[in-house]
Design a protein around this ligand. Structure first.
Ligand SMILES: *Cc1c(COP(=O)(O)O)cnc(C)c1O
Length: 399
C-alpha cells in the first residue's frame, strides 16, 4: 500500500467539477485582478474568522510583511517569535528591517512558551508574533495579557491554522492582525499561492490594503513604498468553492488525529501530540507530528537520502538518527512522512549573522531531531490510517 503525506486526488474527484466551473466562469469574466470573486472571498473569510476586515494578498509570507509594515515595525525594532517554525515567519520580520528575537517553544506542544516572553522584552520590542504551529492554538490569553502589560502588538501567524479556535474565538481574530496562507497544502489551499490578513481595525485594514497595492490609496497617488501583492481572481474563485468545506475538513483531520492517538498510545520510544480541544479550543491538525525519542538504531542501515540534517548543521543539533531511521523504514513500507522542520531557523545559514543566540533554544533544537509528521489530510482513508498505525506498531515492536 502507498500512503502519501498529503494528497489532493480525492478532493479533486469530489469538487473538481465545481472548481472547473468556477475557474471557467472567472476566466470568461475577463476580471482577473480584484473584482467580484475577490470581494466575495474577503467577505466570506471575514465571516469565517469573525472579524470585520480581511485583506487578501499574494501569500502567507506577504501577509506577515503587510502586517508588520502596517504596525510600523522596521529597522531598529525587535519582534519576539520562535525559531521552530517555517522560515517565512522570521524572514518576514527581517525583510521589513526588524530583528527576530527567538525564544524557545514548549517541548510538549511545539508552541511558543509564554513564560519566556517577558525576559526577552527590551525597549526595542514592538510585537509578539506567535505561530499556531501545525494548527495547534497558542495560549492567546497569556500572549494578550503580556502584550497589554507591555504595550506590544500581536501578530498571529495562522498560516497552518485556518479552522482553529482558541476558547471559541477563531485564530486570527484575537491579536491585532492574523496572517493566513493559502499555499496548497494548508488547511484551506488555493491552486497556487495566496494569503490574507484579518483584523478588527479599519485603520490597519486600510493601511494593509494600500501597502498591497504599491502604497496607493488613490489611483496613481502613492503615499508610501508598498508591494504588488494581491490574490488573483482565479485563486479567489477556487477559494470560494473550498471555504464552505473548511470546517468539515477540519472535522475529518480531527478524526484522523484522534484515531492515531487512540491506536498509537503506549508505544515505547515515540511520543504523540495531545488533543488540546476543550471548551471551544480546536486544533485544526494541519500536521500530526510525533516525536521519535528512541528507535533501535542500526547506523549502517540508514541511507544517505534519509539523513535529514545536513552535515554542516549536524554538529549543532542532537542526534536525529532514530527519527531518520523510523522514517526510512516507514518509507520502505510505502508510507511517506515529512519532517517539519529539520533545522531551526536560528541555525539556518541565512541567519548566520545572528550568531550567539541570546536565549536558550534547547527545545527547538531537540525537536528538530525528533519530529516526524505522519500522513494526514481530510480524505485519508481508514484503511490507510490503519496501515500507518499497524506499520508503526510492527516496526517498534520488532526492534
Ligand atoms: C506556510 C507558512 C508561511 C508562509 O506562507 P506562504 O503562503 O507559503 O508564503 C508562514 N508561516 C508558517 C508557519 C507557514 O507554515
Amino acid at each position: 500500500m502507498q500512503v502519501p503525506p498529503f494528497s489532493l486526488n480525492e478532493q479533486l474527484s469530489q469538487i473538481g467539477q465545481d472548481l472547473d466551473t468556477a475557474v471557467a466562469k472567472t476566466l470568461r469574466s475577463g476580471q482577473y485582478i480584484g473584482g467580484q470573486q475577490v470581494e466575495l472571498f474577503e467577505k466570506s473569510f471575514s465571516e469565517t474568522i469573525n472579524v470585520p476586515y480581511t485583506v487578501s494578498c499574494n501569500s502567507g509570507t506577504d501577509a506577515l510583511v503587510l502586517a508588520l509594515r502596517a504596525l510600523d515595525i522596521g529597522p531598529g525594532d525587535e519582534v519576539i517569535s520562535v525559531s521552530f517554525s517555517f522560515f517565512a515567519t522570521a524572514e518576514a520580520i527581517s525583510n521589513v528591517g526588524a530583528k527576530p528575537i527567538f525564544i524557545d517553544v514548549n517541548s510538549n506542544d511545539f508552541l511558543i512558551n509564554p513564560n519566556l516572553i517577558e525576559d526577552a522584552i527590551t525597549s526595542s520590542t514592538k510585537a509578539i508574533l506567535p505561530v499556531h504551529l501545525f494548527g495547534n492554538p497558542v495560549n492567546m490569553d497569556a500572549i494578550m495579557s503580556i502584550a497589554k502589560k507591555h504595550g506590544l502588538k500581536v501578530i498571529e501567524d495562522c498560516a497552518q491554522a485556518a479552522g482553529s479556535y482558541w476558547k471559541g474565538k477563531s485564530l486570527g481574530s484575537i491579536g491585532d492582525i492574523g496572517c493566513f496562507s493559502f499555499f496548497p497544502t494548508k488547511n484551506l489551499g488555493a491552486a497556487g499561492d495566496g494569503g490574507a490578513v484579518t483584523t478588527k481595525s479599519l485603520e490597519l485594514a486600510r493601511r494593509m490594503r494600500d501597502l498591497s497595492i504599491h502604497g496607493m490609496p488613490k489611483r496613481y497617488f502613492h503615499t508610501e513604498l508598498g508591494y504588488n501583492s494581491r490574490l488573483d481572481a482565479l485563486q479567489a474563485a477556487v477559494l470560494n468553492v473550498k471555504l464552505p468545506l473548511l470546517s468539515s475538513w477540519v472535522e475529518q483531520r480531527r478524526k484522523i488525529a484522534l484515531n492515531y492517538i487512540k491506536n498509537l498510545k503506549d508505544l515505547s520510544g515515540i511520543e504523540l501530540p495531545k488533543d488540546s480541544s476543550v471548551n471551544g479550543t480546536i486544533n485544526s491538525w494541519n500536521q500530526f507530528v510525533i516525536k521519535v525519542k528512541n528507535y533501535d538504531i542500526n547506523k549502517d542501515s540508514l541511507r544517505e537520502e534519509f539523513i535529514a540534517i545536513p552535515n554542516q548543521i549536524r554538529t549543532y543539533l542532537p542526534d536525529s538518527r532514530c527519527r531518520d531511521l523510523l522514517r526510512q523504514n516507514l518509507s520502505d513500507k510505502g508510507i511517506n512522512t515529512i519532517i517539519y522542520y529539520p533545522i531551526p531557523i536560528h541555525l539556518q545559514p541565512a541567519y548566520s549573522q545572528l550568531k550567539g543566540k541570546s536565549h536558550s533554544l534547547i527545545n527547538s533544537e531537540l525537536l528538530c531531531s525528533q519530529v516526524l509528521s505522519l500522513p494526514i489530510f481530510p480524505e485519508l482513508s481508514i484503511e490507510k490510517q490503519d496501515y500507518v498505525v499497524q506499520s508503526i506498531k510492527d516496526l517498534i515492536n520488532c526492534q
